[in-house]
Design a protein around this ligand. Sequence first.
Ligand code: ADP
Ligand code: ASP
Ligand code: MG
Length: 405
Amino acid sequence: MARLVMKFGGTSVADLDRIRNVASRVKREVEAGHEVAVVVSAMAGVTNQLVAWCQALSPLHDAREYDAVVATGEEVTSGLTAIALQTLGVDARSWQGWQIPVMTDGAHGKARVERIEGAELIQRMQAGQVPVVCGFQGLGPDNRVTTLGRGGSDLSAVALAAALEADRCDIFTDVDGVYTTDPRIVPKARKLDRIAYEEMLEMASLGAKVLQTRSVELAMKERVRVQVLSSFEDKPGTLVVDEDEIVEKELVSGIAYSRDEAKVTLRHVPDRPGVAAAVFGSLAEAHVNVDMIVQNVSAEGTTDMTFTVGKADLARAMDTLGGKREAIGYAEVTADAGVAKISVVGIGMRSHAGVANTMFQALAGRGINIEVITTSEIKISVLIREDATELAVRALHAAYGLDAS
Ligand code: ADP
Ligand code: ASP
Ligand code: MG
């Protein structure tokens, strides 16, 4: 007998037939003798609609009310899933974040989970009841509903699995595992049986939407065993595991892409101590995350500085920099949203040379220009024109020998 958390994403609960399918999937595990807690997302498309309504009323809306609105999608699916389970004769009860409670910090719209009170749920699971928990939502210190950022139901599931000391956290989605790259843009992508936490973390943070980045961070910290698998097909998925559990360490295990970043360039910035601190300090104060950064060689006492920010933060970044023009002393600032970041990830990179060169050759071979490069121990990222995204991902997938035969 095991204790399982089963999380179902938006496409898996997109309509009543799919919710029935979820219920029978859960019933099977209950009948096999397992204790099961379920976490559900909103029906596919619902959260987008809710976000769009908030935006349409006011682009600078109150984050507390945004959370009050967008948290509702999961409330519908948790109740419906509980009904579907009851219809199949399974004892089930829905739970909203505040009822458990899932306590978070007060960062509305992207709250962090601080503590989950698991005792009551454990008791009910031991008595044979299935809790059906609303993903994505929690309760902030101001006693108001919070949400955990887009894709946050993954985080709800992992945090719940940690709190309930579950044996495994199964993330059911519309693909049957984690692939070498997004199978929707590279049909030759291969499913991985296992992926190391570190690799999954890089893949997620570099754009692979299959798991939310913070859910992987938490799984790694709390050593939660996560499996990504299909809710439509009955076969094993991909296990996210410790590096030691992977025998064959691939040089490159995956390619990720993100179209969510924009490039900002400051021209003729004075080349003296304190300037970078002034630029990035003011962006940090405005809660703008900066990713890739390059600074050119200086000429006649000034230099150009290029970096990337999330597209969603671009307006705020430009506004902040505009207000600091005198203080920083640059001549011009330009924004470019037509870029994409392509990354290759693999723990094998730690011990091998030449990985970057393969990347540059493959891109050059397709006539793709590289605008910015950054590297870390297990990844290399480049910034290119957005319209070359698919071409680049496919070229790299082939160049590193990842294509399925
Ligand atoms: P859910 O609604 O179940 O949370 P998501 O849309 O958030 O599902 O995540 C699943 C999607 O992630 C897949 O449909 C796939 O297009 C995308 N994806 C991106 N990169 C990868 C990858 N490397 N492996 C598998 N899926 C990926
Ligand atoms: N429904 C939320 C979203 O679409 C959370 C999730 O699905 O993980 O972002
Ligand atoms: Mg998701």
